[in-house]
Design a protein around this ligand. Structure first.
Ligand SMILES: [Zn+2]
Ligand SMILES: [Zn+2]
Length: 763
């Protein structure tokens, strides 16, 4: 047998191997003698070759690559190879050294998805496969669920021998009369293992693996706790989704507070009642215990979570439980999209517009887009939900690919928050907060309401300069100013995370007259403390929420009204509800209005609407104040007066006029190197090569190499070449041509080149 293997090295194509000599009866058939002729390699140097599993496709294997031994995943198996047909070929085919798995870790649909992703994102196939595996499976860790140690009555148990002296022994025996129990259950009841061992010695009970005895969830009766009654819109949404069979993409475009989650839960109920599984993907910050608890409260079925912050063993168990069909619901962040489903039922992407669904280094992919491809391969429905859908999804609705479902009314008659710009021209301000904002905060606090102030910059101040000569303190490794962090008393580079001591004098003119410019969340906090000394203030940003559980604690404290002023970065705009917040202040919206990134306006509009949705969720009406020097900016006016959908429609027609994504398709070739000279030489060479192949692609345009928005980060220079195609298909063909001719591009030391397809930014 010959195997195509995706090997965990940086090459684009899979490699071919032969199975080891020891093969099972299933494979040891007809062309056995030809195998002997081709297998001219010496026996593997290390490890005993495990017998080939019955189903090899999707299993991990150890294979030789040059002088190294590398892990790979079998993509396909076949009886003949190209080489044995070609008598002139001198190459001999190497053998697989060892099978790591007895059963595949990836099923057929995941293999297809990963192959599709490797070809669409033009990334080396083995690296795509290995970034999809849970971390422990990236080496030869076994893909098996740990035992659950338990006990049951032994068949030969003689009731005469029942312990009468020890009460704990009697308790243990009585507990086991009806059903087996886990050692952990006994510990919870205060019965130590020694008591159980004593009973085992007497032959009364025996040790078992409880996992083998568990009845699968789909054979049990599923109980559901309904907490809310859905309104007409929600009911119609659920019936519309459940009425269609097979692959369909539904976009739930629902205003904040319209109860999208309730729709998801009702659809999931219908799916699991058929014995099928549901996969729910959420943005990173939303996978909090509160989210998970809502699912647990609702359903009696086993639920697992997957995110990158959880312990590796727990993550592997979730992967195995879901892929084996032993869990009904998976709630996970972007990488969970690669978890196999034994009984595929539905995929749900909550807050589909969120940037965290995009993987931004290594194998760059968009989990929303891959989930859609996956749903098509599994032939199941997928729901994308958001109050501020991405322009990509709205465009797909327009061209008829997605079905849009609108939820227009807020649950419980809550009123939408009113958005009001504060004109900063000639407005008095204190550390970046306008007088009008301070007055508004004071008024809300007087009524015992909570206020939320958002500033998307952590630290105290983004720059520290010499007041006498204008010297700016810069990072030694990046083209970036250093941010002053008062709490930690350091200067920090936000690009390479290098820390510097806080200077006392200017290195140029020796002046001690140093000053900070601009403001961050720490400064906002100390300024508000000065103004409202009697109020409790909580700050939520990456610096204050840097340990597990801290965010949950703060969110709970906010709901318990321990704090009246909440300060934070855009972390706060994502999904968490603050029913007692009646005023939201956004400190700076102007930088996004004039950014050179064409997506920045879309992101700003999403942020404003999302953060507005945090206010006035309860019975109280909310208000949102935006500090801007352009209160009459057409985008702000449209968004404030007509809402997100009107804005999105206008922005989409703007993209159409300018021929920008999602109407057209983009890719960026990103190069970086410690040497500016070698990088720019290489990028020029790639550019001229691209121009050459471009002649047969009339609808593709190549831009000359351009410095990235921050050219030097961590002592590496970054240059980009932007490729624009009128169609996705042409862009794909173009990139394939590039990869096929890649060897014609000279490789230089220390230059790293990656292709970024459908980039989140071209900067
Ligand atoms: Zn100076
Ligand atoms: Zn730096």
């Amino acid at each position: 047998m010959y195997l195509q293997v995706a090997v965990n090295i940086h090459i684009y194509q899979p490699l071919e191997y032969a199975t080891p000599d020891e093969i099972t009866d299933d494979h040891n058939s007809a062309d056995n003698n030809t195998l002997g002729l081709i297998f001219s390699d010496p026996p593997p140097s290390s490890g005993t070759p495990k017998q080939c599993p019955k189903n090899m496709t999707g299993c991990r294997v150890l294979v030789p690559v040059g002088s190294r031994e590398v892990l790979g995943v079998v993509i396909s198996e076949h009886r003949k190879n190209d080489i044995s047909d070609n008598q002139n070929c001198q190459r001999t085919i190497k053998k697989v050294l060892r099978f790591i798995d007895d059963v595949p870790v990836f099923d057929h649909n995941i293999l297809s998805l990963l192959l599709w992703a490797a070809s669409y994102y033009h990334y080396p196939v083995g690296e795509v496969f290995f970034s999809a595996l849970p971390p422990l499976l990236k080496n030869d860790y076994p893909a098996t669920l740990p035992k659950i140690e338990g006990w049951e009555k032994s068949d030969a148990a003689n009731p005469e021998k029942i312990p009468c002296r020890s009460s704990k022994g009697r308790d243990a025996w009585n507990c086991l009369r009806n059903k087996p129990l886990a050692t952990a259950d006994f510990k919870n009841m205060g019965i130590p293992v020694t008591v159980l061992k004593g009973l085992e010695k007497k032959g009364l009970i025996k040790r078992i693996n409880l996992r083998d005895r568990q009845k699968p969830w789909y054979q049990e009766e599923i109980t559901v706790n309904h907490e809310f009654i859905m309104n007409g819109e929600q009911n119609r949404a659920v019936s519309e989704i459940c009425a269609k069979n097979g692959f369909n993409v539904f976009l739930i475009n629902g205003v904040t507070g319209s109860g999208k989650t309730e729709v998801y839960l009702n659809v999931i109920e219908k799916v699991i009642s058929k014995g099928l599984q549901a996969m729910v993907l959420v943005p990173e910050i939303n996978l909090t215990p509160q989210t998970v608890k809502r699912f647990y409260r609702r359903f009696s079925v086993p639920i697992v979570c997957i995110n990158s912050a959880m312990p590796a063993k727990e993550r592997l168990n979730s992967f195995l439980l879901f892929s084996g069909g032993n869990a009904a619901i998976l709630i996970g962040t972007r990488s969970a999209v690669f978890t196999p489903m034994r009984f595929p039922g539905i995929i749900i992407i909550d807050e589909e517009h969120d940037g965290s669904f995009r993987q931004e280094d290594g194998f760059r992919y968009h989990a929303r887009d891959l989930a859609t491809v996956r749903a098509r391969m599994e032939n199941i429905p997928i729901i994308l939900g958001s109050a501020t859908p991405s322009l990509e999804s709205l465009y797909n609705v327009r061209i008829g690919k997605y079905h849009e479902i609108n939820l227009l009314s807020r649950a419980g008659n809550a009123q939408p928050a009113k958005i009001i710009p504060i004109n900063m021209c000639r407005e008095g301000q204190f550390h970046g907060i306008s007088d009008s904002m301070l007055i508004a905060i004071r008024a809300e606090l007087a009524q015992d309401n909570q206020v939320l102030i958002m500033l998307n910059r952590r630290g105290y101040a983004p720059k520290i300069i010499c007041h006498d000569c204008g010297y700016v303190f810069l990072c030694g490794n990046c083209d970036s100013g250093l941010c002053y962090h008062q709490d930690r008393h350091i200067l920090l580079c936000h690009h390479c995370e290098t820390r510097y001591p806080v200077p006392t004098e200017c290195p140029v003119c020796k002046s001690r007259n140093l000053t900070v410019t601009g403001n961050g969340t720490e400064q906002l906090e100390s300024c508000l403390k000065e103004h409202f000394p009697d109020e409790s203030i909580v700050r939520i940003d990456r610096d204050s929420v840097n340990r597990k559980g801290v965010l949950e604690r703060y969110l709970q404290e906010i709901n318990d009204k321990k704090h009246h002023i909440i300060i934070g970065t855009q972390m706060l705009a994502k999904g968490h509800d603050f029913p007692e917040v009646t005023l939201v202040g956004i400190i700076n919206v102007d930088s996004s209005l004039v950014s050179e990134d064409f997506r920045s306006r879309e992101k700003l509009a999403q942020l404003i609407i999302q953060v507005s949705g945090r206010a006035g969720r309860g019975t109280k009406k909310g208000k949102v104040l935006l500090q801007t020097y352009w209160p009459n900016h057409p985008l702000l006016e449209l968004l404030i007066n007509k809402g997100y959908n009107a804005f999105a429609k206008e922005e989409l027609s703007c993209r159409e006029k300018l021929r920008l994504p999602p109407i057209t398709s983009h890719a960026v070739i990103r190069g970086n190197s410690p040497s500016h000279k070698s990088l720019s030489d290489l990028m020029d060479e790639i550019y001229f090569f691209l121009l050459e192949i471009c002649t047969v692609f009339p609808h593709t345009k190549i831009h000359p190499p351009m410095a990235a928005s921050m050219e030097r980060i961590g002592n590496r220079y970054h240059l980009n070449i932007v490729i624009e195609s009128e169609t996705r298909i042409e862009l794909q063909k173009f990139l394939t041509t590039l990869i096929n001719h890649k060897n014609e591009i000279r490789h230089l030391n220390n230059c790293r080149i990656v292709i970024d397809v459908d980039p989140s930014t071209t900067l």
